[in-house]
Design a binder for this molecule. Structure first.
Ligand SMILES: [Zn+2]
Length: 439
């Protein structure tokens, strides 16, 4: 009886989702953040938007030469680097051969661990990152912020520093020394640096996406230029750039072929929706993407490549979510600081407590929060004109959410995306239970 009722509610939800999205959601999503970023780039003379960029121009000649050399190196690996797990911290998750490499989409926690023994991960993924003042703000703010003590086990990030991920668009030749230094400072502080292409240019990337197989080389050029810029200028170790997010969440099979060819460990570009069983946990693309996604494009089968679902922020007691990026909160919905913090806390509580009135069970799926340091910059005239609250209030909203989330439940762990992957490769319970190998 209750199952039938649940199913009818679920199908109603699916139908409503498509109606709502068909009318506005997908349009809103595609305009997300990327309007903001587009304007920054197109407005840019190379000075105001990237802060003192005149001081260190990167010459195009050097850049292209280095790109070629690095590209050869990275292509010499024929398979995705599933050995990454050993490098993320001192946790011993067993031998390489015992790691999980083929994990299908699921709303059930991995490794056979019971729900109460699974950390509730929160992972911030900051895109773009073209203003040094807000890069420096979040890096400095997080210094000394630690996860709950747990049992002191590094494998579940107990008492470890809170880390976040920065998916950087490098804009080689334009980015200022101060900005590059801010990326390096974040990396040095233990945060993750990922790839968000070099140009972030909508026209260029759209051409690659509509060009069939001929777009693959264009995507690879964007990706390797970004990677090489980060390794050569921000001193990021090449082996540490393991994650990719596509601008505008726009991708084609060519994008994913390039991501595969460049040996990324994970992608985080596909928007997913919640079902009555909760959001999907991260999974590998061995059999393609989950059925619970808004995206219509098929990444195809990419064995071993992890997909970190872009979710939605879910208001309490509602099936109608907000696309899971801060641009939608501040610049589209124009929410107040208090409402934004509540929306994020509601989304967290939904994962840990479920919602009886909506027939949603808790499943502790990681809470991936899409953000942009640019929206928290003093100098981003676009955001400071067109988005809600002031840049100082928006900063304080994020700080307040982090504080509330860490105090809310002892099982919460704020970690970077690559740390979530390392845990997924061999899940370990909060009580130290090691999941059986080979699942
Ligand atoms: Zn972007």
């Amino acid at each position: 009886m209750s199952t039938c009722f649940f199913r009818s509610r679920f199908f109603l939800f699916i139908i409503l989702s498509f109606v709502v999205l068909g009318c506005s959601g997908s349009d809103n999503r595609s305009s997300y953040s990327d309007d903001l970023a587009d304007r920054e780039i197109s407005d840019s003379n190379g000075s105001t938007d990237y802060n003192d960029s005149d001081s260190t121009q990167i010459t195009g000649t050097d850049q292209s030469q280095d790109t070629t050399a690095e590209s050869t190196d990275s292509n010499s690996q024929s398979e995705i680097d599933t050995d990454f797990v050993k490098t993320v911290n001192n946790c011993d998750r067993g031998s390489y051969s015992e790691l999980y490499k083929n994990v299908p989409p699921s709303t059930i926690p991995p490794g056979g661990l019971v729900l109460e023994n699974v950390p509730q991960f929160i992972a911030f993924g900051f895109d773009d990152n073209t203003y040094d003042d807000s890069m420096t703000w979040i890096t400095e703010y997080l210094k000394g912020v630690k996860n709950p003590a747990g049992t002191g086990n590094e494998c579940t990030f107990d008492n470890m520093d809170v880390h976040v991920s920065f998916f950087v668009s490098t804009h080689s030749g334009i980015s200022s020394a101060a900005l590059i230094n801010s990326w390096e400072a974040a990396y040095s502080a233990g945060h993750e640096i990922g790839d968000h292409t070099d140009t972030h240019d909508k026209d260029i990337l759209t051409a690659y996406n509509t060009g069939g197989d001929s777009g693959i080389s264009g995507w690879q050029s964007e990706i390797t230029t970004c990677n090489n810029f980060l390794t050569e200028n921000a001193n990021v170790s090449p082996g540490d750039i393991v994650g990719f997010r596509t601008p505008f969440l726009a991708y084609s099979p060519a994008t994913f072929t390039a991501v595969k060819n460049e040996n990324f460990l994970y992608d985080c570009s596909i928007e997913h929706y919640m079902t009555g069983n909760g959001f999907d946990w991260p999974y590998t693309l061995d059999s393609g993407k989950s059925s619970s996604t808004y995206a219509t494009g098929e990444p195809g089968s990419i064995p071993g490549l992890w997909e970190m679902p872009v979710g939605e922020f879910m208001p309490e007691g509602s099936w109608s979510g907000v696309t899971g990026f801060d641009w939608n909160v501040w610049c589209q919905k124009k929410m107040s600081k208090d409402d934004a913090v509540k929306l994020w806390m509601d989304s967290l509580k939904l994962r840990m407590e479920g919602n009886a009135s909506l027939y949603i069970e808790p499943n502790r799926a990681p809470f991936f929060i899409g953000v942009h340091t640019d929206i928290y910059s003093e100098f981003n005239d676009d955001a400071n004109t067109n988005c809600s609250e002031t840049w100082t209030s928006r900063r304080s909203a994020l700080e307040e959410f982090i504080t509330q989330a860490l105090a809310y439940n002892k099982d919460v762990r704020i970690v970077s995306y690559n740390e979530v992957v390392s845990w997924m490769q061999r899940p370990i319970g909060l009580d130290g239970t090691l999941s059986p190998p080979g699942e």
